[in-house]
Design a protein around this ligand. Structure first.
Ligand SMILES: NC(=O)C1=CN([C@@H]2O[C@H](COP(=O)(O)OP(=O)(O)OC[C@H]3O[C@@H](n4cnc5c(N)ncnc54)[C@H](O)[C@@H]3O)[C@@H](O)[C@H]2O)C=CC1
Ligand SMILES: Nc1nc(O)c(N)c(N[C@@H]2O[C@H](COP(=O)(O)O)[C@@H](O)[C@H]2O)n1
Length: 245
């Protein structure tokens, strides 16, 4: 399922936490799957695939562009990183790294650009929830779109998913696909639990912690997927749906 989805998107996105933890390949390891005919897509529009920039001399088709969110350039990308090895082998594309560092280290920039990747400079803004500097997802998606990439699969990890699934971003998400495996990670594992929509009122006791006027509003309705589809797949089950309005 992961590789089928990778084959059907122009870009796949992970956070720097995933890049550091997993040294992921972020390529598609199945043959390209033909797109459905435009006539089969509700309100479908003609699709023109963008031309990726592969490592010079390699022939890459049907590979998504890795997009890594790395505001402070924590990822120590080297020529031995898996994604770069795959780019050299013509089995994937070098990443676009979204950062707020205006002058990335010159050697890393050269390495990236020699492989067909690049840094995309994006400004962080204070998050309305906690005031911390973050990228707004609308800005991230605009930067990716400006590179000619028209679809993006957000793979993870936990913090990226929690940030994208925040209520204010719901309108940006076309669909949600969750693979449920018969496994639990235990305490300390990656937790996907996005912030909940807030309800009306001033919190005067509604959430049990309210202190009257000016306190945090009580929680609003829980988020749900509309028209969910459940697909058993080996030992796993895949859940697909759209965020309910
Ligand atoms: N089972 C699965 O399908 C997947 C699991 N994972 C797992 O997730 C784990 C990593 O997850 P996390 O530690 O949560 O890291 P993460 O991959 O979500 O990256 C978090 C980092 O991304 C940056 N970031 C994310 N959203 C941002 C925003 N809006 N603005 C600015 N910066 C932002 C921040 O630097 C933050 O520290 C790994 O263990 C990996 O194996 C990762 C992908 C898929
Ligand atoms: N196990 C697993 N199942 C999925 O459905 C996933 N989307 C992932 N995602 C993440 O992908 C990375 C591995 O990438 P490569 O296979 O090296 O390209 C890794 O970060 C997983 O956490 N994983």
């Amino acid at each position: 399922m992961t590789h089928y989805l990778r084959s059907r998107h122009d870009a796949i996105c992970v956070g720097v936490g995933t890049a550091i933890a997993d040294d992921p390949g972020l390529n598609c390891r199945i043959a390209p799957v033909p797109a459905p005919a435009v006539a089969d897509i509700p309100n479908g529009k003609a699709a023109v695939a963008p031309t990726p920039t592969p490592f010079p001399g390699s022939v890459v088709t049907g590979q998504p562009r890795p997009v890594v969110i790395d505001p402070q350039l924590r990822w120590d990308l080297t020529s031995q990183s898996k994604v770069m090895q795959l780019a050299r082998a013509g089995q994937g594309l070098a990443p676009y790294i979204i950062t707020s560092v205006s002058e990335p280290p010159a050697a890393r920039r050269s390495l990236l650009e020699e492989h067909g990747g690049k840094f995309l400079l994006v400004q962080q803004t204070p998050d309305a929830r906690d005031g911390r500097q973050r990228f707004d997802w609308r800005t991230i998606l605009a930067a990716v779109r400006a590179e000619g990439l028209r679809s993006i699969m957000i793979e993870g990890g936990g913090e990226v998913i929690n940030s994208l699934l925040s209520p204010e971003n719901n309108e940006l998400i076309d669909s949600v696909i969750v693979t449920i495996a018969p496994t639990w990670l235990g305490r300390g594992g990656v937790v996907v639990s996005p912030p909940r929509q807030l309800g009306e009122g001033d919190g005067g006791g509604g959430d049990g912690k309210g202190e009257g006027k000016g306190a945090r509003p009580p929680p609003g309705p829980a988020a749900r997927l509309a028209n969910p589809t459940w697909l058993p797949l080996g030992e796993d089950v895949v859940l697909c749906g759209r965020i309910a309005k």
